[in-house]
Ligand binder design. Structure first.
Ligand code: BMA
Length: 327
């Protein structure tokens, strides 16, 4: 393994316990556990909604609970959220990569997840109060679409969702709006994949839900670089206006986190770090970022809201509106 270059600023520190969750800890036979959503309950407990892939290759979701968010995980004997292809044919080949947002207005958690069916991967939404019972709202964005998360509150009176449809013009991050969480419209491109040799050229997608700060919404996103030996999934950051999230205030130039340790370099899919959730520490600043490592296990890295904003001030540029308007 190459040594870490000492000149790089480290924004997210890996936990020494990594990987914090693996298939070996599961109470039944599974192939891999990865790409978890995360949330902290009012009692401080951390809930990870983990993607569990079985040996057919199909995924379901399973809750792991811990009081400190690092170890002592409680994992129930039975899966939490199984695909239901009978009622939701779009879930025929599984449910994947959840993102959780607590919606105060509803007093419920919204879980956006990838539903994988005949038409390809699409975005589905479910609501829950307890991570035991789930109300499915169904497929809200048809294939090919994934990497979605709901905003925790309405923007200008409407619900807003970030997602990543794929078109023959590339895989960019979009925003859409809804009056009722079921019917979505006013679709707009929020941030484009870069081109050419950039680390985030060709394909980008939201990683965990946005982080609300006084200066704006922090977006942690993944960028995919295609190389001769496959793709590399890395993480970058951007900042969006609080009241008009279509306005990208700053977008970082470099990636801030990428596959480095062995568990991230080697697994079912090599060279992947894929966060789907974070929790914020009691200090209101610490970001606990939970990520899938090489589509095989679950790891944790810790950062800071303040340091992320400082980094963006030094390494970010406003996005060119020319991308959206052609001006
Ligand atoms: C993406 C998603 C993720 C996965 C990643 C790397 O397209 O499907 O679930 O972790 O690819 O395989």
């Amino acid at each position: 393994m190459t040594a870490r270059n000492k000149h790089h600023e480290i924004l997210f520190e890996r936990h020494s316990n990594n990987p914090i969750l693996t298939a070996a800890q599961w109470p039944y036979a599974t192939n891999s556990v990865f790409n978890p959503a995360a949330v902290r309950l009012p009692n401080g407990e951390t809930i990870l909604l983990c993607r569990v892939e079985d040996r057919r290759g199909l995924s379901h979701l399973h809750v792991a609970r811990s009081t400190n968010g690092v170890d002592g995980w409680e994992i129930s004997e039975t899966p939490t959220f199984m695909p239901d292809p009978k009622n939701h044919p779009d879930e025929l080949w599984g449910v994947e990569d959840p993102r959780i947002t607590f919606v105060e207005e509803l007093g419920k958690y919204a879980v956006a997840y990838t539903a994988f069916g005949w038409g390809g991967p699409g975005v589905s939404l479910a609501l829950t109060e307890d991570f035991v019972h789930f109300e499915r709202l169904g497929l809200i964005f048809p294939p090919d679409d994934k990497d979605a998360a709901l905003f925790p509150r309405r923007i200008d009176g409407r619900w807003a969702m970030i997602h990543r449809p794929v078109t023959n013009q590339g895989a960019h991050i979009w925003i859409s709006y809804s009056p009722d969480l079921r019917h979505w419209g006013d679709h707009r491109i929020l941030m484009e994949a870069r081109r050419g040799g950039w680390w985030d050229a060709g394909k980008i997608g939201l990683s965990p839900p946005l982080i609300e700060t006084e200066r704006g919404w922090i977006m942690i996103y993944h960028g995919v670089r295609t190389t001769a030996s496959g793709s590399i999934y890395r993480i970058g950051i951007a900042l969006f206006d609080l009241e008009n999230p279509e306005n990208c205030i700053l977008r970082g130039d470099k990636w801030v986190f990428g596959p480095f340790e062995k568990d991230e370099r080697e697994g079912d899919v090599d060279n992947v770090v894929f966060p789907c959730g974070y929790t914020i520490g009691d200090d209101g600043d610490t970001i606990n970022l939970y990520y899938g490592a090489a589509d095989t296990s679950i790891c944790l890295a810790t950062g800071s809201i303040q340091r992320t904003l400082d980094w963006l001030d030094r390494h970010g540029l406003p996005e060119s509106h020319a991308l959206h308007t052609g001006e």
